[in-house]
Design a protein around this ligand. Structure first.
Ligand code: HEM
Length: 481
C-alpha cells in the first residue's frame, strides 16, 4: 500500500510548489452551522500548515508528540489538506467500520491514474463489494493452501542466490514478494510474460512517488509510459486466457469469470487495473515487514536461536527437508515465528496510518469532523500506546501470548477495506523464514540503526547483510540424516 505514503509525498511536493509559484490557496471560509467544536490542535502556517514540522523529524515523532499534547483526537493541516488525526482504537473503528459510509477512500488523481482508476482501493459500494468478494476469495486460506509448494519453489533458489553475498535485504525481498504476487494472481505464467511484466512494473514502481509532470525522461513520465505497456501486456494475457482453459481459482480466473447482476463481465481495463493494484498492495508491504523481521532477529540472537529450533524441529519431522513444509505446519507448528511476525507488524507499523475523507460533517465524541477534511486513523500510535502494549518500544513477541485487546492491533486495517492479502502475506513470510533460518546465518554489514522511508519505513540502506550457509546448521542436519 505504498500509495498511502505516496499520497503524503505527492501532497507535500504539491504544497511546496504551490508556495513557490505563489498560488494563493484560499481557505474556503466554511462556517459551521453546527455548534460542535473542532478537535484541539494547531493548523500551522498558511499554505504549508505543519508539513515542515512533520518532515523535519521522523513523522512518527510528530504524531506521538501531538498525541501527548492534545490527546487521542486532534486537528492539523498537512500536505495541503486540513486533517483530523485519530489515535484511539474506538476512533479507528468508528471511521473504518461503524460509520465507514461517512468516510470515503481518498487518493491523489495521479496515483489513481498510475495504478488504474478501476482498482479496488478507490471504490465504495456495489463495485467495491463485487471486487472485494473476488479478491478475498482468490486470497482465502482455502485457495492459498494449494500454492505452498509453489511459494517454496520461489523461495529456495532466491535464498541459494544469497549464499556468500552481501545483499540489500529489502530489494531481494521485493523480488520474492513480486514473484509470489504474480503466482497468486495468474497461477502459472509464461516466463516471457513474467519478465515483461517485471521490467515495466519496476519502472512504474520507481516513478510512482515522483512529482507528476510531462517532461520526457523523468521518472514520472517513464512510469506513465511503462504503465501503458503493462496494460498492453495484460490485455494480451487476458485475451489468451479468455480463450483457453484457466486456473479458475486464481485471481485472474475469478476476475474473468465474474458477472454482475445483468450478466456483464468486467472489462479488460477493470481487470488490469486490479491486477496492478494487487501487485502494488502486495509487494513493498510484505518485503518491508520481512526485512524488519530479519533485523529484529539479528538484533536478538537468543530469539533467533529459539526460532531456528522451532524450524529445525519441523525439518526433522519432514525427514530433514526431503519433504516440503506443509500448510498445516505453517498454521500449527510455527507459533513462535508467528508471534515474531506479529510483533514486527506492531513495532515497525509499516502503514503508520491510512486516509479517508469525510463525505459529510460528522460528529465524534462531541467534536466536529468537517465535510471534505482528511481523516487519518493512526495505527502506529495505537500500536505504541503503553496502555495496550506495555513497554511499547521493546521487541517482545511473547506479548502476543495473549490476543491483543479489540481494535488495538490493526496492521492489516479493519472494516470494508481491510487487507484481503493478510493470510498470503503471513504464509509467504513463514515459508521464507523456515528455509532461511534452517540454512543460513547473516550479519549486518551496513548501518545497524536508522530508518529510511521507501515510502514504507525500512531499516537504513535496506539492511545490507552478508548471508552464508551456516556450517553449524548443516552439520546438525547431516548428523541427523
Ligand atoms: C505484511 C504485508 C501487508 C500489510 C501490512 C498490508 C496492510 C494493508 C492495510 C492496512 C490495508 C487497508 C488500508 C486502508 O484501509 O486504507 C490493506 C489493503 C489492501 N491490501 Fe494489504 N497489506 C499487506 C499485504 C498484502 C498482500 C500480500 C496483498 C495481496 C496479495 C494485499 C492486498 C491488499 C488489497 C487489495 C487491499 C485493498 C482492499 C480494499 O480496498 O478493499 N495486501 N493492506
Amino acid at each position: 500500500m505504498s500509495f498511502v505514503m505516496g499520497w503524503s509525498l505527492y501532497c507535500f511536493a504539491a504544497a511546496l510548489s504551490a508556495l513557490l509559484f505563489g498560488f494563493l490557496v484560499k481557505n474556503r471560509g466554511r462556517t459551521f452551522k453546527s455548534t460542535t467544536k473542532l478537535p484541539p490542535g494547531t493548523m500551522g502556517w498558511p499554505f504549508l500548515g505543519e508539513t515542515l514540522q512533520l518532515y523535519s523529524h521522523d513523522p512518527n515523532i510528530f504524531f506521538a508528540a501531538k498525541q501527548k499534547r492534545y490527546g487521542e483526537i486532534f486537528k492539523t493541516h498537512l500536505l495541503g489538506c486540513p486533517c483530523i488525526m485519530l489515535a484511539s482504537p474506538e476512533a479507528a473503528r468508528f471511521v473504518l467500520m461503524n460509520q465507514a459510509h461517512l468516510f470515503k477512500p481518498t487518493y491523489p488523481k495521479s496515483k489513481e491514474l498510475m495504478i488504474g482508476p478501476n482498482a479496488i482501493f478507490f471504490h465504495q459500494g456495489d463495485y467495491h463489494a463485487r471486487l472485494r468478494k473476488l479478491v478475498q476469495g482468490a486470497l482465502s486460506p482455502e485457495v492459498i493452501r494449494s500454492i505452498v509448494p509453489d511459494i517454496e519453489a520461489i523461495a529456495l533458489p532466491l535464498l541459494d542466490s544469497w549464499d556468500g553475498r552481501v545483499i540489500n535485504t529489502f530489494l531481494e525481498m521485493k523480488k520474492y514478494t513480486f514473484d509470489v504476487g504474480i503466482l497468486s494472481i495468474f497461477g502459472s505464467l509464461d516466463l516471457h510474460y513474467k519478465e515483461e511484466l517485471k521490467k515495466n512494473y519496476c519502472v512504474v514502481d520507481q516513478g510512482y512517488n515522483s512529482f507528476p509532470n510531462k517532461i520526457p525522461g523523468t521518472l514520472y513520465r517513464n512510469a506513465v509510459q511503462a504503465r501503458k505497456e503493462l496494460s498492453k501486456i495484460l490485455g494480451t494475457i487476458i485475451s489468451e486466457r479468455r480463450e483457453k482453459a484457466m486456473e479458475k481459482k486464481k485471481l485472474l480466473g475469478s476476475l474473468l469469470l465474474s458477472r454482475d447482476g445483468n450478466g456483464e463481465p468486467l472489462s479488460d481495463e477493470q481487470i488490469s487495473d486490479n491486477i496492478i493494484g494487487v501487485l502494488f498492495a502486495a509487494q513493498d508491504t510484505t518485503a518491508s515487514v520481512l526485512t524488519w523481521v530479519l533485523k529484529y532477529l539479528v538484533d536478538n540472537p537468543k530469539l533467533l536461536e529459539a526460532v531456528r529450533a522451532e524450524h529445525v524441529a519441523i525439518q526433522e519431522a519432514n525427514e530433514n527437508a526431503r519433504n516440503s513444509v506443509t500448510w498445516a505446519q505453517t498454521r500449527n507448528a510455527m507459533p513462535l515465528t508467528s508471534k515474531v511476525i506479529s510483533e514486527t507488524l506492531r513495532m515497525a507499523s509499516i502503514l503508520s496510518f491510512t486516509f479517508r475523507e469525510a463525505i459529510a460533517d460528522v460528529e465524534y465524541k462531541g467534536y466536529l469532523i468537517p465535510k471534505g477534511w482528511k481523516v487519518m486513523p493512526l495505527f502506529r500510535n495505537i500500536h505504541h500506546n503503553p496502555d495496550f502494549f506495555p513497554d511499547p518500544h521493546r521487541f517482545d513477541p511473547s506479548r502476543f501470548q495473549v490476543p491483543p485487546k479489540l481494535n488495538t492491533f490493526l496492521p492489516f486495517g479493519t472494516g470494508a477495506h481491510a487487507c484481503p492479502g493478510n493470510e498470503l502475506a503471513k504464509l509467504e513470510m513463514l515459508i521464507l523464514l523456515h528455509h532461511l533460518v534452517t540454512n543460513f546465518g547473516w550479519e549486518v554489514v551496513g548501518p545497524r540503526h536508522g530508518i529510511q522511508y521507501c515510502p514504507f519505513p525500512i531499516p537504513k540502506d535496506g539492511l545490507l547483510a552478508r548471508f552464508h550457509k551456516d556450517p553449524a546448521i548443516q552439520d546438525h542436519k547431516n548428523s541427523n540424516q
